[in-house]
Structure formats: C-alpha cells, structure tokens
Design a protein around this ligand. Structure first.
Ligand SMILES: *Cc1c(COP(=O)(O)O)cnc(C)c1O
Length: 440
C-alpha cells in the first residue's frame, strides 16, 4: 500500500515537465497557460493512479488541444447550407487567405502611396458598391441586426417606425426585430394584419395624426418562415412613391444578403432590386446568401448612408480588419462555398453520395445512397427544397460522428443517420469518409 507522501513524491514537478524538450513546440504554439493546464491534469492523473509517473509528458501531449481556440472545424452534413449553429456561411479559400494576410499589421486605414491616413475599408466598400450599381453609397457594420439598429437610431430615434404586423419577425434565440427597433428609442406604428397588409394601410398610417413624426417606413423580409393562403403584402415599389411624397425614408431589410436576383431563388429579395424599386436604404447580412463573414451591409441613397456613417453609434458597430478582408475577398473572389453548394447539379451530388456509400459498404458498413432534400437554412429561402442526396447509415452513428475528430454533424431521420452531401464541399469528401470509418 502506498502512503500519501510517496504519491506526492511520484508526481513530477511542473517546471520539470515543462522543461521537457517535447513540450517546447507546444509551448511556442499554444502558450504556457494551456500547456500548464494539461500538465496539471496529468499530475492529477498520477495522483489518482490513472497516469504512470514516467508517462506524464505523453499524457500532456495527448491532452493538448489542437489550437489555442476551442472552436473546431465541423463537417456540415446536415443538408442545411447556412447552419446558424455552425457559423452560417463557410468562407472561401480566398477569403480565408485574405483574413490571414490581414491578421497582422495591415494597411486597413493607411494609404501606402502617400503614407497618410486613408478611409477604413475603402476597397471593400468599393467592391460592394461595384456589385450593386443601384446603390449610391454603401457602409458595412457588424451584422444585419447592427445595420438595422444603426438605421433605426439615425433615422427614427424619438420618432415612429411604420411596419407591417406581418413582418414582426423573430430571428432566433428570442431576438425580435421589432424589439431591436424599439430598443433604439423608436416607436412602432403597426399597420395591417398578420397575413395581409396593403399599400393603403401604410398610407393611412403615414397620414395619421401622431404625437411623433414618422422616422422611417420599414419593410422586413420574412426570411425564416412562410405565410401562405390568403395573404398580401405591399412591395417596395408600391411603398416608394408613398414615402417619397411624404419625405420619409423607406428602409428594406432583405436579410439574406443577395445583391442581385438569384436564378435558383426567384422569391428571395435582393439589394439591387429593392433599390431599383425605390428603397432609400437596404440592410442585409454578410454571412447568409452572400456567403461571406458575419457583417451588416447598408446600401442606398448617398445622404441617408452618410447620415448613418456619421452617427456616433456607427463607431460602436464598426467591423474589424478581418471582416473587411473576408468580405472583400467574398465580393471580388471566387464563388463562396455556400453558393457553390446551392448551385451544385443534383446529379453531381448524387454521384458523390453513391461513391461514398460504395466505399463505406465495401468496408463493411451498412451504408447506401438515398434521395434527400437540402435547404438553404436560417439564412434565407424558407421552404425552398433543394434536390440532394445523402449516405444513409445506422442511426447510432450520429452521436459517434458528432464526437469524432473532426466532428461530423448529420441529420437523423427514421432511425437512420443521413449524411447530406449538398452541404459538404466536395473537397471534404475524403475527410468525411475518414470520419465515418473512424466512427463506424
Ligand atoms: C438574419 C436576419 C437579420 C439579422 O441579421 P444578422 O446578420 O443575423 O444580425 C435581420 N433581418 C432579417 C430579415 C434577417 O433575415
């Protein structure tokens, strides 16, 4: 029987462990704090008998995290192209490269030709303006919600915002857009009903006597639900003349971030069309159907955008250099993964599912290719089915895949684990096969 004193002696000292040459590289890569945590865990293992005193460094090496951040890459086999819980749009390789290049000291606010201060993010703003010729001016903030808050604050704080009762949308996690708007000190002047709102409803609200003037008319795209049946909504084109006559800005929150119409998503609103229809300002997200980083896009009339840009709140909603870099590369570079996934021919997705199912079946797994229906996801286009294909596996695999390295997120239907390949970039097929074989 060992006594406590002997056990303490057997535990190697922290300094001695940290001095082991095998930990030099992890110390440089991960920093002292994370390595020390792993050392402390291994020392505790020695005390409880789980770790052999001679194998402490091996235990530390095995327990070290892959990187200093705990966020890990996850293979998205859910068939939901823009999965909110998985960080929405995956960046293109070009955007990742741009982020890495901008991550050190960079010329984000400096003109290298003159050595003088330059407008922050001038190139990404130019790229955004070039992508939407109907916009006189553009601005970028932290996310879609920030874009809306900035617009409501600058245009309607202490005033009323005219909005349809059918467009009071909850965007997720309990956050509601109309509450976001009222949090700025604006007040709602609700019009219409849940299912039907006409241009006349807006006109009546605009002309009603109120104790406060109207700061803006807001149209919100119901981006995560469908209202069908006996429905009607006023278009931006119908509202624009009403707003113009009364000198009230028309703000359209398109949500999804399409800059131009998308042939596969004919019902999804886009910034260019909304502006062409007469909107004074469009707000949208950067990490939905634009396929870029989290960002809020503001596009519209020069005087309106300038008012927003000069508002003190704009400074608090400013985006960092990493976002600017990723957004510019998304706008100027190759088509981002989410849009590649959207456009992939159904036959090509099916062929990948069959190839993967064949390879897995040859290794003894109960795997077969099946038809599947993918979706765009929380980022837009609710109810638009995307023809897809999946590899069907035993349902019990789903939890093991989620716990793997890399983790794989699948869909479970009728006790089967479905790996929908439309949301998996083809370049990740080999990694997916490896993960399934390791879990199976
Ligand atoms: C997603 C969405 C938002 C919020 O945008 P975030 O970028 O998530 O802040 C606002 N309005 C609409 C219509 C949306 O779809």
């Amino acid at each position: 029987m060992t006594n406590p004193v002997d056990q303490r002696r057997a535990v190697p000292r922290t300094d001695a462990v940290l001095a082991d040459p095998r930990l030099a590289d992890p110390l440089a890569r991960l920093g002292r704090s994370l390595v020390k945590d792993a050392v402390a865990a291994a020392q505790q293992g020695v005390r409880t008998g789980a770790v052999d005193p001679g194998a402490v460094v091996d235990a530390v090496l095995a327990a070290l995290p892959a990187r200093a951040s705990s966020l890990q890459p996850v293979l998205n086999a859910t068939g939901v192209l823009l999965h909110t819980n998985l960080g929405r749009a995956p960046l293109s390789a070009a955007a990742v490269d741009a982020v890495v290049a901008a991550s050190g000291t960079t010329d984000v606010e400096l003109d290298l030709a003159t050595g003088r201060r330059a407008r922050r993010g001038r190139e990404v703003l130019a790229a955004l303006a070039a992508a939407v010729p109907a916009a006189e001016a553009v601005h970028v903030v932290n996310n879609g919600a920030a874009a809306l808050v900035l617009a409501a604050t600058a245009l309607a704080a202490g005033r009323d915002v005219v909005v349809s009762r059918g467009e009071m949308v909850e965007i997720g996690d309990g956050f509601r857009l109309h509450e976001l708007v009222t949090s700025t000190g604006a007040r709602l002047r609700e019009v219409g009903t849940t299912n039907r709102t006409s241009a006349r409803d807006y006109a009546r609200a605009l002309d009603a006597d109120g104790d406060r003037p109207v700061g803006m008319v807001l149209k919100v795209h119901p981006s995560n639900f469908l209202v069908t049946g006996f429905t009607a909504a006023a278009t931006a084109g119908e509202l624009a003349p009403l707003c113009r006559e009364r000198d009230v800005p028309l703000v359209v929150d398109t949500g999804s971030g399409l800059l131009a119409p998308h042939p596969l998503l004919p019902d999804e609103p886009d910034a260019g069309s909304a502006l062409a229809a007469g909107a004074d300002l469009v707000t949208a997200s950067g990490d939905k159907l634009l396929g870029g980083p989290q960002a809020g896009l503001l596009l519209g009339r020069a005087d309106v955008v300038e008012r927003l840009r000069r508002h003190p709140l704009a400074r608090a909603l400013r985006v960092d250099k990493l976002t600017l870099a990723a957004l510019e590369a998304t706008l100027r570079g190759p088509r981002p993964p989410a849009l590649e996934a959207l456009a992939a021919p159904a036959g090509a997705v099916r062929a990948r599912a069959e190839a993967l199912a064949r390879e897995l079946a040859a290794r003894g797994l109960d795997a077969r290719a099946v038809d599947s229906t993918a979706t765009v996801g929380g980022g837009g286009a609710p109810g638009v089915p995307l023809t897809s294909a999946a590899v069907s596996l035993p349902g019990a695999l789903a939890a093991r895949l989620r716990a793997g390295r890399p983790p794989v997120l699948a869909r479970v239907e009728k006790d089967r684990c479905l790996l929908d390949l439309r949301s998996v970039p083809p370049a990740q097929d080999a990694a997916l096969r490896g993960a399934v074989l390791a879990a199976g």
